[in-house]
Structures are given as C-alpha cells and as structure tokens.
Design a protein around this ligand. Structure first.
Ligand SMILES: NC(=O)c1ccc[n+]([C@@H]2O[C@H](COP(=O)([O-])OP(=O)(O)OC[C@H]3O[C@@H](n4cnc5c(N)ncnc54)[C@H](OP(=O)(O)O)[C@@H]3O)[C@@H](O)[C@H]2O)c1
Length: 279
C-alpha cells in the first residue's frame, strides 16, 4: 500500500515533541517541508507552547487527534512513555509509523497499533541535534519503497542514514553510534588529562586534544581508509609508533570489543524489559 502523499507534502505527525522531535521538525522545515504539513502531539503544556512558537506548527495534547489524518507518524517519546502515548488511536491504513525509540520492537508496536501501517524502526544519535547525526534504519521486507523513502526523508534532516538487514542489528547500532558520542567525549577527556600530567596547562591540553580529534576526523572524512591514514602518520621508530604499541599491547581493541558487547547486551535487556512490563 502506498502512503497517501509524496514525502515532500505528507502530513507528518510527531508523537512527543522533545529534543529529537524538535531537531527533526527544524530539519524538515529547513529542507522546505510545508509548515502546515507538520504537527505534534505533546503532553507537556509549556513544551507544547514552545513548539508552536518556535516552529509555527500545529500542536495538540494527544496523538489520537492527529492519527486519522497523518500520512507519517514519528514515535518520539521515551520508551517508558510509549505505552501511554500509543493508547486510544491507530494509524490510518498505509501510513508510515517511524519509531526512534530505543528498544521498542516492531512486533511490540504492531501489537498496539495493528498491522495496517508501514512500520520502520530507527536509532539516531545525539549529533542529530547539529544535523551531524547518523541513524540506523530497519524495515521488514513487506514495507513499501515509498514508506522507506518517507522514513529516510525524515531522518536525513538530522544527518546520514544507513539501512540494516535485520532488526536485531539495531542493538549493535545503539552500541556503536548511539552510545558512540560518549566514547569520543571520554577519549578527549582521557587525552587532555594525560597531556596535563605531562606538564601542559589544563586549558592548553584540552584545546590540543579536541582540535586533534576534530582535525583527524575531517581528514578521515575525505574517504581515505582510517587504517591507511594511521599507517601514514606512524613513522617506524617514531613517537606515534611508541604510543600505539602501548595501546595495542595493553589490549585497546579487546577493551572496545567488550565495551560494545556490554552496550549491545544492555540494549537487548532494555527491549526485553519493556516486553515483560507491557507484553
Ligand atoms: N536524544 C537522543 O540523542 C536520542 C538518540 C537516539 C534515540 N532517541 C530516542 O528518541 C526518543 C525521544 O528522545 P528525546 O531525547 O527527544 O526525549 P524527550 O526530550 O524526553 O522527548 C519526549 C517528549 O514527549 C513528551 N511526551 C511524553 N508522553 C507523551 C504522550 N503520551 N504524548 C505526547 N507526548 C508525550 C514528553 O513530555 P514530558 O517531558 O512531559 O514527559 C517530552 O516532551 C526516545 O525514545 C529516545 O530513546 C534519542
């Protein structure tokens, strides 16, 4: 079944108007999506007023008021708010239901919203707030190309998108790019502390650490493989080689393997907990 409107003019309704929804609404407006074709269901009155003022879009207290009209519904409440947010409404037949909530499975959503809609699940990350995010997306095989394009049209406003083959891979995406910004912040913290211990003033070490990572990231963005870039800056017998040997010998790769496994397992547990609480 085809969505009733092409992506550019579809009525997109957000269920939950928090940080992520605001980021996507801002992105859609900037991309030229008509203001009149965006709406939000937001329970918190102050937040609702802010959304209406900031974006000039229609804001209502309950998703039920938008469900019958919406061509696409973006589920953007916290996982623990999802049961309440889905009560008392169903999407119209053929509408896209795009969830950005961690751990909420498509099977769980279908049990609540019926199977007349086109369900897509995704995991964005926080750089989305600067339109520099990356989202993993999964849609079951029966989801139409039009619904996939609609989901991508919405999430592209927050950054890049990658499609996955299996829903379970979203746990790995959560572990890698979902939690990933924190790994970068931690590494920057670790580097600036190590620099300060070598005798640099704290502020200088912090600036050196951050600019080094952002500069290196820009080099990596040129498309050259990061392993090649690393080899290029590692002269035999040089300073970088001395440092990398310590990191490799002390098991940095194994450490990150274990860290990502832990995040992945936690993501699975959170999904399972939601199933147990509200099957
Ligand atoms: N932030 C991120 O970087 C990020 C990354 C990946 C995925 N996500 C996912 O994106 C989702 C949204 O995250 P967020 O950071 O935008 O959360 P958030 O700021 O807490 O936004 C959720 C909003 O929905 C409102 N709400 C709660 N129940 C509602 C209901 N029944 N109907 C309508 N609105 C309702 C909340 O109001 P109250 O404040 O009154 O509860 C809040 O304003 C989460 O599931 C999260 O897992 C977020």
């Amino acid at each position: 079944m085809q969505p009733t409107h092409p992506p550019e003019t579809a009525l997109i309704a957000f269920v939950g108007g928090g940080n992520m929804a605001a980021c996507l609404i801002g992105g859609l407006l900037a991309a030229g999506h008509p203001r009149t074709r965006l709406a939000v269901a937001e329970t918190a009155p102050e937040r609702a007023q802010w959304l209406a003022r900031e974006f000039g879009v229609r804001v209502v207290p309950r998703a039920a008021e938008l469900a019958a009209e919406a061509d696409a519904l973006v589920l953007a409440v916290k996982p623990q708010q999802m049961t309440a947010a889905l009560q008392g409404w169903r999407p119209k037949a053929g509408a896209l239901v795009l969830s950005i909530a961690a751990g909420v499975t498509l099977a769980w959503l279908r049990r609540r919203l019926g199977d007349q809609a086109q369900f897509v699940r995704s995991m964005p990350n926080t750089p989305a707030l600067l339109r520099a995010g990356i989202s993993g997306l999964y849609a079951p095989p029966e989801v139409t190309p039009a619904a996939r394009a609609q989901a991508e049209h919405i999430l592209r406003t927050a950054g890049d998108c990658v499609w996955l083959d299996r829903e379970a891979q979203l746990d790995a995406v959560t572990a890698l790019s979902g939690s990933g910004p924190a790994y970068f912040f931690l590494l920057t913290e670790v580097l600036r502390e190590a620099g300060a211990r070598l005798g640099l003033p704290g502020a200088t070490a912090a600036r050196l650490a951050l600019c080094t990572f952002t500069g290196a990231a820009r080099m990596a963005e040129t498309g050259q493989d990061v392993a090649e870039l690393r080899a290029q800056v590692t002269s035999p017998g040089g300073t970088t080689e001395a440092a990398l040997r310590v990191l490799e010998d002390r098991g940095l790769r194994r450490l990150f393997d274990e860290a990502l496994h832990a995040a992945c397992a936690r993501s699975r547990e959170l999904g399972a907990a939601l199933e147990r609480e509200t099957p």
